[in-house]
Design a protein around this ligand. Structure first.
Ligand code: KG4
Ligand code: ZN
Length: 338
């Protein structure tokens, strides 16, 4: 079965073709980072317009590159939420109209389900059940993944998401937007000169809080007489140490609580080298296995949506082709009818 996957929930137009027998056949992505960086954040209206501009040419190009005719596609999966409503509507209206015209099923996919299943795009994949650490620009969650569609949120952020904390700290250091990856590169050059708090490390169960960390960085920045490049690198180093320590420690706590031996890490912050290395190191000491998607599948992409669509295809039928999206769709509400 061939599934065309479409991701347009935020600032990336991602398209992919997934074969339920052979795996991922191809994927392509257009990033809007340059378009939004001038404004220091995503401008929803510009995002929607840019998706309109790129979505059809990207699909055409991907089909052509893989010598696949649109008529051989069996179903179309698309991100139906959560995300920016205008951006989501571009993907959903195209997917639903295309599915209707081809007389094939359309599969609305939850963006976070895409992220947490992304490690299954790799050859070495975990089997259900497993623990997921979902760390993106908008979410920081520890999830008990029992099976497809059965997710229990074990821990969540009480305020800022991990990616948001990376981005806000990067902004304070004048590194531009989105700054997670840039901050991480700068931290590589830093030394352990500053100590920052590790919020909720031993309290509040599996929940997180990162807004205080951002304030601690602000206080530290203000204390500096001159914010030199080496001081910036040392602050980035301290910030990354602190946030990854909290993420790793809470993940291990959740593994012990569930008794699971497998954890998957996904979402944009899952691309963070330090987080990956710390988890790999701890996996030896604590006897668990950590699964990561390839870096390109950590951040938003069409492949994870096509994969999630293929895995839930049995739940879909030819529907009534609704043009609706769920900008605030909760992962715990995923089984509700769309
Ligand atoms: O999953 P994603 O692409 O989009 C959302 O659904 O939010 O995640 C984007 C987030 C941004 O906050 C970005 O700064 C962060 O992931 N990010 C990173 C790295 N690469 C991307 N944060 C830390 N280290 C990285 N290497
Ligand atoms: Zn995402």
């Amino acid at each position: 079965m061939l599934v065309l996957g479409i991701e347009s929930s935020c600032d990336e137009t991602g398209i992919a073709i997934y074969d339920s027998k052979k795996g991922l056949l191809g994927h392509t992505l257009h990033s809007q980072i340059e378009l939004h960086s001038f404004y220091g954040g995503v401008v929803p209206e510009l995002a929607a317009r840019d998706h309109i501009k790129y979505i059809i040419p990207l699909i055409d190009k991907l089909l052509e590159k893989n010598a696949i005719s649109i008529d051989s596609i069996d179903s179309i999966a698309y991100t139906a939420g959560p995300g920016l409503s205008g951006a989501l509507l571009v993907g959903s209206s195209l997917a639903e109209a295309l599915a209707y015209s081809l007389n094939i099923p359309s599969i609305p996919v939850h963006h976070l389900e895409g992220h947490l299943l992304a490690p299954m795009l790799e050859d070495d994949k975990p089997s259900f059940p497993f623990l997921a650490l979902l760390v993106s620009g908008g979410h920081t969650q520890l999830i008990d993944v029992k099976e497809i569609g059965k997710y229990e949120i074990l821990g969540d952020t009480l305020d800022d998401a991990a990616g948001e904390a990376f981005d806000k700290t990067a902004k304070l250091l004048g590194l531009g937007y989105p700054g997670g990856a840039v901050l991480s590169k700068l931290a590589d050059k830093g030394k352990p000169e500053f100590e920052l708090p590790r919020p909720l490390l031993n309290t509040h169960g599996l929940n997180f809080s990162f807004s205080g960390l951002k304030t601690a960085v602000l206080t530290l920045v203000k204390k500096q007489i001159e914010l030199t490049d080496s001081i910036k690198a040392n602050i980035a180093f301290a910030f990354q140490e602190s946030i990854t320590d909290v993420l790793v420690k809470k993940s291990i706590k959740a593994l012990k609580q569930t008794g699971y031996k497998n954890i998957v890490v996904s979402g944009g912050v899952g691309a963070n080298k330090q987080l990956r290395e710390k988890l790999k190191l701890q996996s030896k000491n604590e006897n668990f296995k950590a699964f990561f998607p390839k870096l390109e599948f950590c951040t938003d992409n069409g492949a994870m949506i096509a994969l999630a669509g293929a895995l839930r295809a049995h739940l879909s039928s030819k529907n009534n082709y609704k043009f609706s999206v769920k900008p605030r769709w909760k992962l715990s509400e995923i089984e509700s009818t769309f």
